[in-house]
Design a protein around this ligand. Structure first.
Ligand SMILES: Nc1ncnc2c1ncn2[C@@H]1O[C@H](COP(=O)(O)OP(=O)(O)O)[C@@H](O)[C@H]1O
Ligand SMILES: [Mg+2]
Length: 324
C-alpha cells in the first residue's frame, strides 16, 4: 500500500455487455493534487469515478483511496470522500440552507456546527441571497453550486467532481473553479473529470487523458502540449501575392513541412522559438516580394493534443444554461 498517494488505481476493468467502459485503467494521484481526467463522452470517466467512490465494483483491478481499498474497505472510503455528480441529490422542498444543514447533521456535525458550515459554504458559492429560498426556485447553475457545497460540508480528504461545469453558466463556472482551487490550496485532493480542455488546463496540476477506458497520456498541460510539437507561425498571404513564394521562404525557417491552403491563402509552419525568429522571417518574405495580410504565432492548445493523441477531435462544446 502506498499511502503517499491519495488515489492509486491499477488495472481497472469494467464491461457492460460488450462495451469495455474501463479497459485496464491505471491512475495515481498525490495528496493535495488536482488531477484532471480528460476525455470525450463515453471515454470511461464516470465509470472510473463510480469505482473509486465505491458505487461500482470493477470486474478486475484494484484501487485505494486515502489508503483504503475501495472494495474491502468501502465504508472507510466513503467517510473520507466527497462526490459531486452530474445529477444532484438535493431535496427540492427544502431551502438551500436546510439542505446543507441536513447534510452536515447526517455527516455527524452538531446542529450548531452544521449551521455554521452551511453559512460559510453559502457565502463561498455565492448563494447567500438565495439561501432561504426553496431549491425548486434555483436555476441549474445554482443547483450545481449547492450540490458542490453539499459535497464539502464534511471537509472530505478526497473530492470527486464529475464534469463539475457541464451545463453551467460562465459565472457558476468561475465560482466553481475558485472553490476547487481554494480546496486544493487547503490540501484536499481533487479528481475532476472534464470534456473541457480549457478547464483541465486552468485547474489541474496534472492531466490524464482517457479514451476507450484507458489512460492514453499523462502529464502537465505544458508537457502534453510539448508532446505534439512546438509553436507554429501562421501567415496570410495577400491576394495577388505569390503563395508558393511564401512557402519557399518559410521552408527555410521551418522545423517541419509548411502547409499552405490555397483558398484561405494561409501558410502554417512549425517553427521553434518563433518569436525570436520572426524578424528574420519578415525580412526574407519582404526580400522575396511576398505581401502579407496577417501573421501570428500559434501555441498548441489541448485541443491539438487531443486530436494528435486520439485521432479524433474532442466533442467538448459549450452548453451554457442561462441563470435566471
Ligand atoms: N450502466 C451502464 N450500462 C451500459 N453501458 C454503460 C453504463 N454506464 C456506462 N456505459 C458505457 O460505458 C462507456 C463509458 O461510459 P462513462 O464512464 O459514462 O463515460 P464518460 O463518463 O467518459 O462519458 C460508454 O460507452 C457508456 O455507454
Ligand atoms: Mg460521464
Amino acid at each position: 500500500m502506498d499511502t503517499a498517494l491519495a488515489i492509486d488505481a491499477t488495472g481497472l476493468c469494467k464491461a457492460y455487455g460488450t462495451t469495455h467502459a474501463l479497459a485496464g485503467l491505471d491512475l495515481q494521484v498525490g495528496h493535495g493534487e488536482i488531477l484532471g481526467l480528460l476525455g470525450p463522452n463515453g471515454a470511461g470517466k464516470t465509470t472510473t469515478v463510480r469505482v473509486l467512490t465505491t458505487l461500482l465494483r470493477p470486474d478486475h483491478g484494484s484501487a485505494r483511496v486515502a489508503g483504503y481499498d475501495v472494495q474491502k474497505d468501502a465504508g472507510h472510503v466513503r467517510r473520507v470522500i466527497g462526490l459531486t455528480g452530474q445529477y444532484a441529490a438535493l431535496d427540492e422542498c427544502l431551502t438551500g440552507r436546510a439542505n446543507l444543514v441536513m447534510v452536515g447533521q447526517l455527516g455527524r456535525l452538531t446542529l450548531r456546527q452544521a449551521r455554521q458550515r452551511a453559512t460559510e459554504l453559502l457565502h463561498q458559492f455565492d448563494l447567500s441571497d438565495a439561501a432561504d429560498r426553496g431549491v425548486k426556485t434555483y436555476s441549474g447553475g445554482m443547483r450545481r453550486r449547492l450540490d458542490l457545497a453539499a459535497s464539502l460540508v464534511t471537509r472530505p480528504q478526497v473530492l470527486f467532481l464529475d464534469e463539475p461545469s457541464t451545463g453551467l453558466d460562465p459565472r457558476s463556472r468561475l465560482v466553481t473553479w475558485d472553490a476547487v482551487r481554494s480546496l486544493a490550496a487547503d490540501g484536499t485532493t481533487v479528481l475532476l473529470t472534464t470534456q473541457h480542455l480549457d478547464e483541465a488546463d486552468q485547474l489541474a496540476d496534472r492531466i490524464a487523458v482517457v479514451d476507450h477506458g484507458t489512460v492514453i497520456a499523462e502529464g502537465t498541460a505544458a508537457q502534453l502540449k510539448a508532446k505534439i510539437g512546438g509553436e507554429r507561425v501562421m501567415l496570410t498571404v495577400a491576394a495577388g501575392s505569390d503563395l508558393s513564394g511564401a512557402v519557399r521562404v518559410m521552408a527555410r525557417h521551418a522545423d517541419g513541412k509548411p502547409v499552405a491552403d490555397a483558398s484561405s491563402r494561409v501558410v502554417q509552419v512549425p517553427v521553434s522559438s518563433a518569436a525570436r525568429r520572426l524578424p528574420e522571417i519578415v525580412r526574407d518574405l519582404d526580400a522575396a516580394g511576398v505581401l502579407i495580410d496577417d501573421m501570428s504565432i500559434r501555441h498548441p492548445s489541448l485541443d491539438d493534443v487531443f486530436l494528435t493523441l486520439t485521432g479524433h477531435a474532442s466533442e467538448a462544446g459549450a452548453h451554457y444554461e442561462s441563470e435566471q
